[in-house]
Design a protein around this ligand. Structure first.
Ligand SMILES: [Zn+2]
Length: 237
């Protein structure tokens, strides 16, 4: 459901589990790259933290379209310069992922939660399976996944070669459509298929397209200087 508070518009999906806070926020820009208006955007983070009564600012990572997942509980073991996922077992710690057309995916286990940045590159590189493996290595299992806001199939024209790469790698045939000689990739379906194959039974979709909805930031529609949405997940104590 779409709500609004102090200039932040957000899709609230807090009904999924009683101890989980999960939403995607726009209206204000949450981009953290150097060429953006950083001080305004940091102020937006403070407003959001205040509006949602978080104990701290959402923890974010430098996103690079990879399959790397930042382990908040074992910070010394993280080696990369950039990450596109965050996992933690800590309570009251909001995890944030930035998007503008890419999907964010939130994973909820018995003890751990994760937030993933899922554009085609990180999906293809295996970020979802990496997350599943980390949950398993911690003796945990993903009970619920949220496939959040992202670009819809009709708005996501890609090269036939990219579609072929995905079919070859994942063996899914129901992930694209052709129209007037062009190819369109269904990232939402790819994410869902990978999750189902990994044994995740409860998959919740937030069926909103960034490109179709003018009030959501879209890289494809508005170019590289567009803002960024912030998807947050936190487990409450
Ligand atoms: Zn669309």
């Amino acid at each position: 459901m779409l709500k609004s508070k102090r200039g932040i518009i957000y899709y609230d999906i807090n009904t999924i589990c009683s101890d989980i806070v999960c939403f995607t926020a726009g209206g204000r820009d949450f981009a953290l790259s150097e060429n953006q208006n950083l001080s305004d955007n940091y102020a937006n983070y403070r407003v959001l933290t205040d509006v949602f009564n978080f104990p701290s600012l959402p923890f974010t990572v430098s996103q690079i379209h990879s399959a790397n997942i930042y382990d908040f509980d074992n910070k010394d073991k993280n080696e990369s310069e950039g990450y596109d996922g965050i996992i933690t077992s800590q309570l009251d710690l909001p995890l944030g992922i930035l998007t503008a057309d890419c999907f964010s995916v939130q994973l909820i286990g018995g003890n751990n939660i994760a937030n993933l940045h899922c554009g085609w590159r990180s999906i293809y590189a295996g970020i979802i399976n990496n997350a599943v493996d980390i949950f398993q290595s911690r003796g945990d299992k993903i009970d619920t996944a949220v496939v959040n806001i992202g670009i819809c199939t009709d708005c996501y024209e890609v090269s036939p070669g990219l579609v072929g790469s995905f079919i070859e790698k994942f063996q899914f045939n129901d992930i694209y459509k052709e129209k007037d000689g062009s190819c369109y990739l269904n990232l939402r379906k790819i994410i869902e298929n990978i999750l189902k194959f990994s044994g995740v039974n409860r998959i919740i979709h937030l069926q909103r397209c960034t490109f179709c909805n003018k009030y959501l930031y879209s890289y494809r529609r508005d170019g590289e200087n567009t803002g960024r949405l912030l998807s947050v997940i936190m487990r409450k104590s």
